[in-house]
Design a protein around this ligand. Structure first.
Ligand code: HEM
Length: 333
């Protein structure tokens, strides 16, 4: 939801200035550094300050131009306005209105995502966002999964998608919401409904009108170095790969209770039950899960998360927020 605050300049110091209209796009506090949209007069500026450059950097790239304008704007604004006096107020208002939109979406999603449906919905979020490729600036959290449900790697995701259809119509009745936002919130609700961390998800993503390029999701046959490279191309470190893989604690791969989000994934990985001679233990984990324990760098994180569930929750939360912002295009409010 947009929040627009109009500020009048101080009559003595800024009498020559026209009234200045600022509009802030709402992201959560933790995301404020990565993107904000400011309307200055009639022009919309996008200010990016993320350490990860998700956009092209060519000379004529409009995002680049906007970034430069944004920097110029940021640098000169304090000279023009008594920022301290009102910025806090309008950021608070923006967050307030964004929060109500978020709460409405979260409430609708919470009604439909039960513990039994959580694993599928979380996987749906990964399969939408996980197509992101930094170098190609393609894929990402853009709702394109709606065009990709027939792909073999997305087998089984029609059900969780349908679960969210009802929630989306409910939200759309008040104010339209993108599939990208619905799925991002869906994954976060799936985690918390199963006892995992509460993950705040900023809204405002735009949907893609076409499918993402194929073959960008990690294959389960990858070894640790293949998984690391794959995640690196999406902007994720080894630590984030290991934290995100902890999502496999949900579902039927044998990492503890299938509907409880906890750190049993790491504890069971360390036990390597698949090495047991026969029977059910040999079914536990995907090849990609098993590969993580073979790698020293991954193993260090597996040990830490097995020892400290709070650390896993905190790192998962941060990596999930990054995942659902990957490659996202944001609406200008
Ligand atoms: C590291 C690379 C990954 C690979 C190769 C991979 C692959 C897979 C595969 C093949 C399945 C289906 C298992 C089955 O037959 O039941 C699965 C399930 C699942 N994946 Fe992943 N995945 C990866 C990472 C992730 C991430 C990052 C997330 C979320 C943040 C995630 C969430 C899930 C969930 C929740 C399930 C269980 C779904 C259910 O039981 O309905 N996966 N994954």
């Amino acid at each position: 939801m947009s929040t627009s605050t109009t500020f009048g300049p101080c009559s003595t110091c800024y009498s020559s200035l026209l009234r200045l209209k600022l509009k802030f796009k709402f992201p959560s506090i933790s995301q404020r550094s990565s993107l904000s949209t400011v309307d200055f007069g009639t022009k919309t500026l996008r200010i990016f300050s993320s350490s990860v450059n998700y956009h092209g950097s060519g000379k004529n790239d409009p995002c680049d131009l906007n970034r430069r304008r944004g920097l110029l704007f940021t640098a000169t604004l304090p000279l023009l306005l008594p920022l301290g006096e009102f910025v806090e107020e309008f950021v608070a208002k923006a967050e307030e209105s964004g929060t109500s939109e978020y709460l409405r979406t979260k409430e609708a999603v919470t009604k439909v995502v039960s513990k039994g449906k959580a694993a599928g919905v979380l996987r749906l979020a990964f399969h939408d966002a996980g197509t992101f490729e930094m170098d190609e600036n393609s894929g990402g959290m853009n709702g394109s999964i709606v065009f990709e449900l027939e792909r073999p790697e997305n087998a089984g995701l029609k059900k969780p998608f349908k679960v969210l259809v009802k929630a989306k119509s409910e939200v759309d009745a008040t104010q339209s919401v993108s599939w990208a936002d619905m799925i991002a919130v869906g994954g976060a609700v799936a985690v918390s409904v199963c006892g995992g961390p509460t993950i705040p998800v900023p809204l405002g993503r735009l949907d893609s009108m076409e499918p993402d390029p194929e073959g960008k999701l990690p294959q389960e046959s990858l070894d640790a170095s293949g998984l690391k490279q794959c995640f690196q191309r999406k902007g994720f470190s080894t630590q984030e790969l290991v934290a995100l893989s902890g999502a496999h604690t949900l579902g039927s791969k044998g990492f503890g209770n299938p509907t409880v989000f906890d750190n049993s994934y790491y504890k069971i990985l360390l036990e390597k039950p698949w090495q047991s001679s026969a029977g059910m233990p040999s079914m536990i984990g995907l090849p990609s899960d098993r590969a993580l324990v073979q790698d020293d760098e991954c193993l260090r994180w597996i040990n830490m998360y097995a020892d400290n569930q709070n650390l896993f929750f905190e790192d998962f939360k941060n990596a999930y927020i990054k995942l659902v912002n990957s490659g996202a295009r944001w609406k200008s409010l």
